[in-house]
Design a protein. Structure first.
Length: 62
């Protein structure tokens, strides 16, 4: 995950150096990727919690 953040930061810096349109594209990509990742992650957590197949999250919550 930190590698992805590093790549996005480099893209944003390059976009600012060149012209603002790639900056908007990079920010839009970041937002879409974050929303997709978070929704998939939380959906997976909910499914695992309902099925009771993930004791790690259970013990972490207690």
């Amino acid at each position: 995950m930190p590698l992805v953040i590093l790549i996005i930061v480099i893209l944003i810096v390059m976009a600012i150096a060149v012209y603002p349109w790639p900056l908007l594209v990079a920010l839009a990509t970041l937002v879409i990727a974050y929303l997709t990742y978070s929704s998939l992650y939380f959906r997976g957590v909910e499914i695992q919690r309902h099925q009771g197949q993930n004791p790690e999250i259970h013990t972490r919550l207690q």
